[in-house]
Design a protein around this ligand. Structure first.
Ligand SMILES: [Zn+2]
Length: 283
């Protein structure tokens, strides 16, 4: 003991959070949105960044949780870049977050949240036929029960993702139900409807949480895998930011100071992208 009083600086905002991949990390949490050209390296332009809440609303009343902050940021970007068509994020985004962005006309892609049990959607009836339709793995399926009682959910082929413009954009899947009588085609809304939000008197629950279960682009499809690639790609931006500092630690105390450093990083990174793109377009 020396009797000397040492004061340790502690980041008042830091805490333990879980990253997209499930790793626990200590620090602050940030959200960023970026866009890049498909074929030019270092062309990523960071469009917006925000500091987000990783503790209870009571302990941190001034910041939004990840999903809320994402919706605000996406709408901010869309307001300034109306050509935006699709946006990719991770499983932190649930149906309730996707719904307002889908209504704004965006295709919102995230990998499907695990642990969602198949849900009954509707019964299709036509002449002598009836088919019970379920939602599983983000898409409409036909339920089949085999001789030994096992239940199978067979995905129905999506012929087209239709987009209909009105005040709020509607999206439909044009589907085929293969059938021995005759193949049926039907349209299913993949955005939330007012009827969905009605309370079912028998279950006392909302009838169906459509945007949670049904996905504009089902994850395990060619288009889904392509969009998933953009999400994986954003990790390179995060790791480049981490690696810019010794011990992968942003040299700041508090979320506001760290956000300021992130803004500086984005400014530099965007300047590099601007130089690269200008050079590539001139070539
Ligand atoms: Zn049929």
């Amino acid at each position: 003991m020396t009797g000397e009083i040492r004061s340790h600086r502690v980041d008042p905002d830091a805490g333990n959070t879980v990253e997209g991949g499930g790793t626990r990390v200590y620090g602050n949490k940030f959200l960023s949105a970026a866009v890049r050209l498909g074929n030019i390296p270092h062309s990523r332009v960071i469009l917006g960044i925000e500091s987000i809440r990783h503790r209870s609303a009571k302990r941190d009343p001034h910041r939004d949780d990840e999903g809320t902050a994402f919706v605000k940021l996406a709408r901010y970007v869309l307001g300034r870049a109306p050509g935006l068509r699709a946006i990719t994020y991770d499983t932190a985004l649930r149906g309730s977050h996707r719904a307002p962005l889908i209504a704004d006309g965006l295709v919102v892609f995230t990998t499907q949240h695990g642990g969602l049990a198949p849900e009954s959607l509707q019964r299709f009836e036509n002449g002598p036929c009836h088919h019970d339709l379920y939602v599983a793995e983000g898409r409409v399926c036909k339920r089949l029960i085999t001789d030994d009682g096992t239940t199978h959910y067979t995905p129905l082929p999506v012929e087209e993702l239709e987009r209909r413009e009105s005040k709020r954009t509607r999206f439909y899947h044009r589907l085929t139900i293969p059938c021995r009588v005759k193949n049926h085609t039907l349209r299913i809304r993949v955005d939330g409807t007012p009827e969905d939000r009605e309370i079912d008197p028998s279950t006392k629950r909302q009838r169906v949480n459509r945007t949670e279960h049904l996905r504009q682009i089902p994850p395990d499809t060619h288009a889904g895998r392509r969009l998933k690639g953009f999400r994986q790609d954003s990790e390179s931006q995060h790791s480049r930011f981490d690696q810019s500092y010794p011990h992968k630690r942003v040299p700041a105390y508090g979320a506001d100071a760290a956000l300021l450093i992130y803004i500086g990083y984005a400014w530099l990174s965007n300047s590099v992208a601007r130089a690269k793109i200008t050079h590539a377009l001139a070539a």
